[in-house]
Structures are given as structure tokens and as C-alpha cells.
Design a protein around this ligand. Structure first.
Ligand code: DC
Length: 223
């Protein structure tokens, strides 16, 4: 059937280029793009700004209930009405986002927010994260598990930071990514894991556009 509106889940480790690929793919398909990492980053930013202890689960859950997150169609992210697209990518937020997104109660709230966004979409959807294919959208039409070598991911993040005028040493980025991988993989709930029916997709030697085209062609096969 042509023109079937697909639900596409893209999971994988940090800095593997998921968000960039997912956003471009959604644009190419005229689908809604939902960046679930950005949602957890909003919570982490709120926690950071309000000096909430990252091991104070009750306060994390309270914050998760209180905050309003809005993702607009151009990829801008709003927290309680304020544009935080840049702030949520800061080193400070990146350092705490994995533990902040770990408690079961926080994940329950976010998973239901994410499913609601999909249900409300009149379009097809591209959603990226860590647990989309396994937990949030187990019935997605297409599941991609996007990976890249640690070196390639560090290099990409390093160049991305540099282009934004953010100066973080290569070794520090490498340590942060490796540590976040560890935390994301070892979460009790919503851990980073390939769904049994996901396609593993290694982008180490691919450009962004090549990666987008590859997933796009897979999607066309299913329409
Ligand atoms: O994709 P990202 O780097 O923006 O994600 C930020 C963090 O949020 C990451 O360390 C893990 C967490 N995350 C999650 O636990 N579940 C998701 N579906 C998406 C992100």
C-alpha cells in the first residue's frame, strides 16, 4: 500500500547522529519528528536550574509532573514556554541527564507523554531515543537501532561543539560519552537496548545524508 503513514522508531547510543538523521528523515517524509532525548534534557535543565538533587527521586517526579514541554515542528524545544533549544545541549545538562531520566516513575510519566504525542499526530511519526522500539512504541512499523563507533561519535560531537564555539577537550567528550553509554545501558528501566525486531544500522562510515537515505528507502519498502 502506498502512502501508508508509518511510525518509525530510531534508538541508539548518544552522539550516534540519531537526532540529526531522524529530523532530516521526518522532513523528507513530511512526518512529525519527536526527539525524546530533548524531553529528558528539559527535565535535566529544570533540575539543574532549580538545584534539585539528582538522587532526590520524589522531587524529580514532582518536577517531571510539573514541567510543560513543547517540541515545535522546526525542532525548537520549549520548557514552560521558554525556548531552551540551546541550553538543553549544555555540558552541565548532558552530565546529569542520564541519572535524571533513570527513575521508574519519571520514565512512566515521559513514556505516556510520548505515546500521547504519537496518538495526537495526524501524520506519520519519526521518534528517536533509547527505549522507543522496546518500550514506548513496541508496535512501530520500522525500528532502527543506529550505532557508530565510539571514536566516530566523539569526533562528531567534538566537531559539532567546535562549530558552535563550545570548547570541550576531545578526551573529556570521550569520557562523557563512554560514561553515558554505561549509564544508559545499565538503567533498570528504559535501558538502551536493541529491540528483537529492530534493524541494526552502523553509521560509522556514512554521512548524515547517506544515513537518512538508507532509512528512507527502508521506509518506502513498507508503504
Ligand atoms: O539522545 P540524547 O543524547 O539527547 O538523550 C539524552 C539522555 O536522555 C540520554 O543520556 C538518555 C536519556 N534518554 C532516555 O533515557 N530515553 C530516551 N527515550 C531518550 C533519551
Amino acid at each position: 500500500m502506498k502512502n501508508k503513514k508509518l511510525i518509525i522508531a530510531i534508538d541508539g547510543p548518544g552522539a550516534a547522529g540519531k537526532s540529526t538523521v531522524a529530523k532530516k528523515l521526518a522532513l523528507k517524509l513530511n512526518y512529525t519528528y519527536i526527539d525524546t532525548g530533548a524531553m529528558y534534557r528539559c527535565l535535566a535543565l529544570y533540575v539543574y536550574e532549580n538545584k534539585i538533587a539528582i538522587d532526590d527521586v520524589a522531587s524529580l517526579v514532582d518536577a517531571a509532573q510539573k514541567i510543560e514541554i513543547f517540541l515545535d515542528k522546526d525542532g525548537k524545544v520549549f520548557l514552560n514556554g521558554k525556548d531552551v533549544t540551546k541550553e538543553i545541549r549544555s555540558v552541565e545538562v548532558t552530565k546529569i541527564v542520564s541519572p535524571v531520566s533513570s527513575p521508574k516513575e519519571v520514565r512512566k510519566l515521559f513514556v505516556s507523554k510520548q505515546r500521547k504525542l504519537v496518538n495526537e499526530s495526524i501524520n506519520g511519526v519519526v521518534m528517536d531515543g533509547r527505549d522507543i522500539g522496546t518500550v514506548v512504541l513496541p508496535h512501530a512499523d520500522l525500528k532502527i537501532f543506529q550505532i557508530a563507533s565510539l571514536e566516530a561519535r566523539v569526533q562528531r560531537r567534538y566537531l559539532e561543539n567546535k562549530s558552535k564555539g563550545i570548547d570541550v577537550p576531545y578526551e573529556e567528550i570521550k569520557n562523557d560519552i563512554a560514561q553515558r553509554d554505561y549509564l544508559d545501558i545499565h538503567k533498570d528501566f528504559g535501558a538502551l537496548k536493541k529491540a528483537d525486531d529492530a534493524i541494526e544500522f552502523d553509521t560509522t562510515n556514512l554521512t548524515i545524508d547517506e544515513a537518512v537515505l538508507w532509512i528512507y528507502n527502508k521506509a518506502l519498502e513498507l508503504m
